[in-house]
Write a protein that binds this ligand. Structure first.
Ligand code: ATP
Ligand code: SF4
Ligand code: MG
Length: 401
């Protein structure tokens, strides 16, 4: 036992020599990426591209985002391929640390640099007349899209609002930045109009107030007003209602849906809350350890989840009807909510087999093979799991039930 503990602590320990080696290696890699990013006069040909399907607003293709940290390379996003159809809402779900926020921050080019870098893949963003590969765009070109064509609503409104400036001034600034031709009166009227649109009754009064003078729900409405002020083509909402109570949450979601339809934009909705996804999303992507392990329409994912992890997520959702989702226990008071055993593998040292294998109750011999590819279950439903592989030579034999 003592021997085992000793060897475990040895495994988790990095000597100063090893740390120096990692740091030197990281510096070299980071320099290479930063040099590429800081190039001046990048020609548009390098980042103007084409969509695979022009009906999509965004296409992530084999996106890899790594953080080069002192303890090693964190593969936060490890080969994400996902489409966001124009005018639709795509929910991204998965447990904490699986790469949801990093995926969306890459789309805004807001990764924490220099450690965080897009190392492979593309993010095509469709503006109708032009398509941009955001993974290759220089910062000055990106500034034209960020906040204007793509905007983000964060979980905690105070991260987007500056506590020392009045609300009106902060929304004015966003409008002015992207519409330099507008007069200050026109900008102010647009701000007041936005405040009214997001349901702020005393919009003239709130225009002059500071963020700390508003409630959490009002602050999140302000953030939505700010995010939608320039009618973006894409809205990224990262846990937009987690900090709010359930009644305000319902109002904010309804507001988001209404405004999204009004300006006909697409939404990426990131959340832990499966109820919110069921309510809002047209499509759902389930992420696990930096990869998408299942995707499909919301109806497919909710009524016919295929991946054992997705099935586990559905079972761990609290429901009023205890019959199916709780462990079989005759005493109602003792019924427990299902929880997926184990935890996500260390992102610095991922295995080469299915990342969920060590937690999977349905694993079988073939699961020790390399990471499963994508298996198609319907024109819109895909899963990365050997249970659905029809080729007996490669993996499982089970067809989709
Ligand atoms: N700045 C950073 N430096 C190093 N690692 C990071 C950094 N930001 C994120 N990561 C790592 O990237 C992985 C994905 O993080 P991310 O924030 O995308 O998770 P998430 O799915 O949004 O989780 P949550 O639901 O808790 O918000 C995690 O392992 C995290 O530790
Ligand atoms: S591939 Fe195997 S281990 Fe991985 S989720 Fe499917 S059944 Fe489980
Ligand atoms: Mg997050």
């Amino acid at each position: 036992m003592a021997e085992e503990q000793k060897s475990n602590s040895k495994k988790n320990y990095l000597s100063s020599g090893e740390l120096r080696k990692i740091s030197a290696h990281n510096r070299k890699i980071i320099r290479k990426y930063e040099k590429e990013r800081e190039r001046k006069n990048v020609k548009p040909d390098e980042y103007i591209t084409k969509m695979r399907d022009p009906m999509n607003a965004v296409e992530f293709d084999d996106l890899h985002v790594y953080f080069f940290t002192d303890i090693g390379t964190v593969k936060a996003v490890d080969g994400v391929t996902l489409e966001i159809p124009a005018g639709k809402t795509v929910g991204i779900v998965g447990e904490s640390g699986c790469g949801k926020s990093v995926t969306s921050l890459s789309l805004m080019q807001l990764l924490q640099r220099p450690q965080g870098q897009i190392v492979k893949g593309s993010i095509c963003f469709n503006l109708g007349d032009k398509v941009y590969d955001i993974a290759k765009m220089p910062e000055n070109a990106m500034r034209q899209l960020r906040g204007n064509k793509i905007s983000m609503i964060f979980q905690e409104p105070m991260t987007s609002l500056n506590p020392v400036f009045r609300i009106g001034m902060q929304i004015d600034e966003v409008i002015e930045l992207h519409n330099p031709e507008m007069t200050s009166d026109a900008i102010k009227s647009r701000t007041i109009e936005m405040l009214k649109t997001v349901g702020i009754a005393d919009s003239e009064g709130v225009y002059k107030r500071y963020p700390h003078e508003l409630s959490g729900g009002m602050r999140q409405r302000i953030c939505i007003a700010m995010a939608l002020a320039c009618s973006p083509r894409l809205i990224i909402a990262d846990e937009p209602t987690t900090a709010l109570d359930v009644t305000i949450q319902a109002q904010i979601l309804e507001l988001l849906r209404e405004l999204k339809n009004k300006i006909n934009s697409s939404v990426i909705l990131i959340t832990h809350d499966l109820g919110v996804v069921a309510e809002m999303a047209d499509y759902v992507a389930v992420m696990y350890a930096g990869r998408i392990i299942e995707k499909g329409t919301a109806a497919e994912i909710f009524s016919n989840p295929a991946h054992p992890y997705t099935i586990g997520l559905m079972k761990s959702k609290p429901v009023l009807n205890l019959n199916s989702d709780y462990e079989n226990n005759t005493d109602r008071s003792k019924k427990r909510l299902y929880s997926i055993p184990g935890s996500v593998p260390n992102p610095v040292n991922m295995p080469n087999y299915c990342y969920f294998r060590d937690r999977c109750e349905r694993r079988f011999d073939k699961c020790a093979a390399e990471y499963p590819t994508e298996f198609q279950l319907s024109p819109t439903h895909y899963v990365n799991c050997y249970l659905y592989c029809k080729n007996k030579d490669i993996g499982g034999i089970k067809n989709h039930e």
